[in-house]
Design a protein around this ligand. Structure first.
Ligand code: PLP
Length: 459
């Protein structure tokens, strides 16, 4: 059988025009933005790959759900549909809506966190880490060794190192570890998947020490699809069945609906422990809203419920995973260094190998990001010394281990020709890489500087 092109599994009913700019205009625009793409107007961007969070295109059924949403303060029918859908997938007893993933984290860790507590994870996402540290507790990462090497290809680079996990539990004491978390896919680790076997092994350790296991489920469907493709024994199971098995090992779930629920806002916390659910709902009422809307409108709950059904469609997932992989394969075969293999939601260019002559102090990732915008109007984000760099007491930069440029792909937003265009621009920038310059920071805020920093080009 010949393999045919994997097509976008949708027709386009409503379109949003892209505003075109030329290279001359973009050279001015990025300069005015202090060479920081976060400070650009989105309207001046041609293809926006800044993030996959909250940027999904909703389906006609989701938009119909927006009209159909029930805005009753308490007991809205949209809540019951949302609750039923989340319960069908996760099997959890108590389903608590929140306005984003971090709101679910804030509530959970306010209750179980605190000084002297430790939370292991494969890799904590920034907001998870921040919410844990905000309570005085410690967030610890235990991703497997291969997950730290960009050029090593492995099927499940998001897995947790169970030997290190068990050692850590023994060292810190199980009474000081209120829960253990696994993030699927491992966002901060390049969107790499976690295997079912790994979830099972982590669960066994958790059971042995009496520690509840939580799943950060932002990209659970993408992870389940990777299991179907790559793990022995799962190729004939549906993605829903795989997701259900994965959640069957969990005692609780946090999720940002802005990822795999295919909506622009929303999240939830799902739990099996009745007492913990009661404490969380009490805090939810103070900070988010009544337990049947949790900081969202009824219509948002309707759109989340619909999105959670659509994301499990295997034609959608095949297109989703393949279109990210296609971008990765094409630039890799032309010699562009990336994290291998491509993850579920983004391609990460290795800026250190792309621009070996620009040292971390001159921000090679930022230089590529600026060039991608100037050359082709593409907005990407630096994940390297700009985002995570620290200073020693002499003011010298302490760079993070990797200098990366992330190209995150919004769900159902761009077609193959948009991606082909992105490939052309990346290859053009790569061809002219010897002409790229480093940058220096001229303004920075004391925290989370990447959002507002301003830069100057070096000669
Ligand atoms: C986005 C994300 C979060 C936080 O969700 P928000 O909706 O942005 O608050 C938490 N964990 C992971 C893995 C994420 O990708």
């Amino acid at each position: 059988m010949t393999t045919r092109t994997i097509i976008e599994p949708f027709k386009i009913k409503s379109v949003e025009p892209i505003r075109f700019t030329n290279k001359e205009e973009r050279t001015e625009l990025i300069k005015k933005a202090g060479y920081n793409p976060f400070l650009l107007h989105a309207d001046d961007v041609l293809i926006d790959l800044l993030t996959d969070s909250g940027t999904s295109a909703m389906s006609s059924k989701q938009w119909a759900g927006i009209m159909d949403g029930d805005e009753s303060y308490a007991g809205s029918k949209s809540f019951y549909r949302f609750e039923e859908t989340v319960r069908k997938i996760t099997g959890m007893k108590f389903i608590i809506p929140t306005h984003q993933g971090r709101a679910a984290e804030k509530i959970l860790f306010s209750i179980v966190g605190g000084k002297g507590k430790y939370f292991p994870n494969n890799t904590h996402f920034d907001t998870t880490r921040a919410n844990i540290e905000f309570t005085g507790a410690e967030a610890d990462d235990f991703v497997v060794e291969v997950g730290k090497h960009s050029e090593i290809r492995a099927d499940f680079k998001g897995n947790m190192d169970v030997i290190l996990l068990e050692k850590f539990i023994k060292e810190k004491g199980k009474e000081n570890i209120p829960l253990c978390m696994i993030t699927v896919t491992n966002n901060s680790g390049g969107g790499q998947p976690v295997s079912m076997q790994n979830v099972r092994e982590v669960k066994e350790i958790c059971v042995q020490y009496g520690i509840p296991l939580f799943i950060d489920a932002c990209r659970f469907a993408e992870n389940a699809y990777f299991i179907k493709l790559r793990e022995k024994g799962y190729s004939n199971k549906s993605v829903l069945e795989i997701a259900q098995e994965m959640f069957s090992y969990a005692d609780g779930v946090t999720m940002s609906a802005k990822k795999d629920a295919l909506v622009n806002i929303g999240g939830f916390l799902a739990l099996n422990d009745e007492n913990l659910a009661m404490l969380c709902r009490n805090l939810l009422i103070v900070t988010e809203g009544f337990p049947t809307y949790g900081g969202l409108a009824g219509r948002d709950l309707e759109a989340v419920a619909q999105g959670l059904e659509e994301v499990l469609d295997e034609h959608y997932l095949q297109y989703r995973i393949r279109s990210v992989e296609y971008l990765g394969e094409r630039i890799l075969s032309a010699g562009v260094p990336i994290i291998e293999p491509p993850g579920g939601h983004a391609i990460y260019i290795d800026a250190k190998r792309f621009l070996p002559n620009i040292p971390p102090e001159q921000f090679p990732g930022q230089s590529i990001v600026i060039e991608l915008y100037t050359e082709g109007g593409i907005r990407a984000v630096e994940i390297g010394s700009v985002m995570f760099g620290k200073y020693d007491n002499k003011g010298k930069l302490i760079p993070p281990p990797m200098e990366l440029v992330r190209l995150a792909i919004p769900r159902r937003v761009y077609t193959q020709s948009h991606i082909d265009y992105v490939i052309e621009v990346i290859l053009e920038v790569f061809k002219n890489r010897d002409k790229l310059k480093g940058y220096k920071i001229t303004y920075e805020a004391p925290m989370l500087r990447h959002f507002t920093a301003r830069f100057e080009k070096l000669n």
